[in-house]
Design a protein around this ligand. Structure first.
Ligand code: GLC
Length: 721
């Protein structure tokens, strides 16, 4: 807290303080036909005062430098206090140049890439006048039915934390001109919604919350994130925005976070819908008591906070703390000196979608893609005579991902365009079928088969539409539509040189695709350069190196399914995976193993792991050990490999996961090249929430693993003594 902001606070009226805590859409401050009235329309529920609306502290949702200048100018012209707005926006996987959805970015297992992509997004956004992004989303996920797994970093707390840290660093940098403040979300455990249904009940134990769901938020807080957004869901029966244990006791008191806490959209009002509040006045009370500073798009603070203070139910000191957090964020962003900060329409036009930014987005899409299967089909030769691109996702820019911010389909490279960029007019396209998940239209299959029959190779672009993922877009069925399988089967009848380019925002239940397609390359939703990246990967200009960070189930019936599970008292032995062993934790109709495990991904080359070593077999408190392995490129392509390091705590005062990711390193090897990769084992990484709910390491036996995915076997043991 600076003296300057304290001085500003001392001169503010109670009304002005309250309105600093209000957030409305930026369009409220436009003057032209895009203006949203302050009282009618979507703002009508906010109970805003026509004058005080020009004392509102922050706004959200607007893309474009000129419109931001218009809004800020109009706001300041009408404001008495003239404390500039700060514009916040969901810059989730890019601003104008989109890169892969975040589930894809995590699959890169590349911290530097994640940081570089966020930094690029921050520069593009800052030039459009955006000061804060509502990202990174770090909710741990285990249920692919949930539409928002696309913006997560998957099922592992450590990987999620590493991606959170790198992304915060990328956005915020040194908080300079081309940086923006990050807002980690959604606190907490939003990804644990039952049945993968958005906004649904979350019911996790305190231990589970702390072991699995909280670490990535904590990593973002420790990385210096400026803001945090509470989640829509309940934790232990209380909605997050009004959850004092979560926000005040854990986030503020235990973790020492003194940044700005913002609610999610209209979540204040939803306290009443959840049934823990009588009315908006009580909503305001609960949220302020929990420690929530900004109310996004609902009218509880504007309508009742002043009254609560005048009644003595909320102290003005509490209000002052919130106002100061917001003023300090504005000061740190520099808007108190320059309300327009970095906005620059001319520079924005030069930088956004520039060659450099497209190149980075393309590299990102190449590094995030995961080769799921390859029966010696890929990479295709560039000497082919003719290429058929077939499928509803082959000739569209709607593969950029669903949190598109300022991204546009018409600026996105389709697969056809990407392949034409390599093979010119050797490429022909047929749609083959519709993309709708419920389409049964087979009328386009014959034409597609005719093209396939007369082509040397086929690129079959299947999957789900990008709008089947994202907020509110959950699916009870995550298989491919029957008509897509019919198209695949018919194409395979006439051409065996087929590779499926899969576009998905989530793990899909694609066992049947795995059984029939000769090759499968999961592109996720790859962003603005998706088609070019896909073509580069399929024709060997780039080599796949991504590895999945969320388990792909054989069938939805296995979900939730994740690698870092407990053994149970009756585990089914791995060697029995395909056998029926009745009185074990298993199914009578399918194996326990997933279709593709966490950390899995193929390459065009092969890697040999050897000389796995541990520097000792005992470790005292405060000491360290080193686990290492040699990795050799035993194939013919220069390629990257995400080497993974896991630990298993064999016995604890509480059950412990069968293994936990504790390190990863992505290396690049020439054919024949060998490198040693080492991971340091510290006592800190052995700590967990014990039966007494203490975060500590317990003495005993630990197994260590180094491998290419989460199915790797232990190679050594050590005792913590
Ligand atoms: C949405 C989302 C949140 C987003 C916010 C602002 O409801 O839950 O992730 O940042 O509203 O768009």
């Amino acid at each position: 807290m600076s003296q300057r902001t304290k001085d500003i606070l001392s001169k503010m009226t109670l009304d002005e303080k309250v309105y600093q805590l209000v957030q409305v859409t930026t369009a409220t401050y436009l003057t032209g036909e895009n203006k949203i009235d302050v009282i009618t329309g979507p703002n009508s529920t906010l109970k805003l005062d026509r004058e005080l609306v020009y004392e509102v502290g922050t706004s959200l949702n607007l893309v474009g430098a000129e419109t931001m200048i218009e809004a800020q100018t109009n706001y300041l012209n009408n404001s008495k206090k003239k404390l500039p707005l700060i514009l916040m926006q969901d810059v989730i996987h890019g601003h104008r140049t989109l890169y892969p959805v975040n589930l894809g970015v995590s699959a890169s297992f590349d911290r530097d890439l994640a940081r570089d992509l966020a930094q690029m997004a921050a520069k593009e956004a800052s030039l459009d006048g955006i000061s804060v992004t509502f990202a990174p989303m770090v909710d741990l996920v285990r249920d692919p039915r949930w539409g928002r797994v696309m913006e997560s970093s998957g099922e592992d707390p450590y990987l999620g934390g590493e991606m959170a840290k790198a992304t915060v660093e990328g956005y915020q940098g040194d908080m300079g001109k081309y940086n923006i403040a990050a807002c980690v979300k959604h606190f907490a455990a939003y990804g644990a919604a039952e049945a993968g249904r958005d906004y649904n009940t979350v019911d996790v134990s305190e231990r589970n919350l702390r072991e699995y769901y909280l670490p990535a938020y904590k990593r973002a807080v420790d990385a210096g994130v400026k803001m945090l957004m509470t989640a829509f869901n309940i934790v232990d029966g209380v909605p997050c925005v009004g959850n004092k244990h979560l926000v005040k006791e854990i986030l503020r008191d235990e973790w020492g976070f003194d940044g700005v806490v913002i609610s999610d959209y209209s979540a204040f009002d939803e306290l009443a819908t959840h049934g823990v509040s009588e009315n908006q006045k009580e909503c305001a009370y609960l949220a302020m008591e929990a420690g929530c500073d900004i109310e996004m798009m609902s009218g509880c603070y504007a309508g009742y906070l002043k009254e609560l203070i005048q009644e003595g139910k909320i102290s003005e000191e509490q209000l002052d703390k919130s106002v100061l957090r917001i003023l300090n964020l504005k000061e740190e962003l520099g808007v108190l000196d320059n309300p327009f900060r970095s906005v620059n329409p001319e520079e924005a036009k030069r930088v956004q979608l520039s060659k450099e930014h497209r190149a980075l987005a393309r590299r990102g899409a190449e590094e995030c893609a995961v080769l799921l299967k390859n029966d010696n089909v890929l990479p295709f030769s560039k000497d082919v005579g003719s290429v058929a691109v077939i499928g509803p996702l082959g000739n569209t820019g709607e593969i950029h991902g669903s949190w598109k911010c300022g991204g546009k389909a018409e600026e996105t490279i389709s697969v056809v365009e990407g392949v034409k960029g390599i093979l010119g007019d050797k490429v022909k396209y047929a749609q083959g079928c519709q993309i709708e998940y419920n389409s049964t239209d087979e009328s386009l299959i014959d034409e597609a088969c005719e093209l396939a029959k007369n082509s040397d190779i086929v690129i079959l672009c299947l999957g789900e539409h990008q709008e089947y993922t994202g907020e509110g877009n959950c699916r009870a069925d995550i298989t491919l539509p029957e008509v897509q399988y019919k198209l695949l089967d018919r194409v395979l009848e006439v051409n065996k040189n087929v590779a499926v380019a899969l576009f998905s925002g989530r793990p899909l239940a694609i066992s049947r695709l795995h059984e029939t397609a000769p090759a499968i390359l999961d592109m996720w939703m790859p962003g603005t350069e998706g088609g070019n990246a896909c073509a580069n990967l399929l024709f060997g200009n780039a080599i796949p190196s991504g590895k999945i960070t969320m388990t792909f189930p054989r069938t939805l019936g296995q979900c939730p399914i994740y690698y870092n599970h407990y053994t149970t008292g009756r585990p089914k032995l791995e060697e029995d995976d395909y056998n029926r062993v009745r009185f074990t934790s298993s199914y009578l109709d399918i194996p326990n193993s997933p279709l593709y495990p966490f950390g899995y991904g193929l390459s065009y080359t092969t890697f040999e792991y050897s000389d796995l070593k541990l520097s000792g077999d005992t470790m005292k408190s405060g000491e360290t050990l080193v686990a290492s392995a040699k990795i050799k490129n035993t194939g013919k392509y220069k390629a990257k490999e995400a080497v993974q390091f896991y630990i298993r705590d064999v016995k604890g005062s509480c059950v412990r996961p069968v293994k936990e990711l504790k390190g990863f390193e992505k290396i690049e090897l020439d054919p024949g090249e060998e490198k040693t990769v080492s991971f340091e084992i510290t006592e800190e990484m052995l700590k967990y929430w014990t039966r007494e709910m203490k975060f500590e390491a317990e003495k005993g036996e630990f197994h260590v693993f180094i491998g290419k995915d989460s199915t790797c076997k232990p190679f050594a043991t050590f005792q913590l003594i």
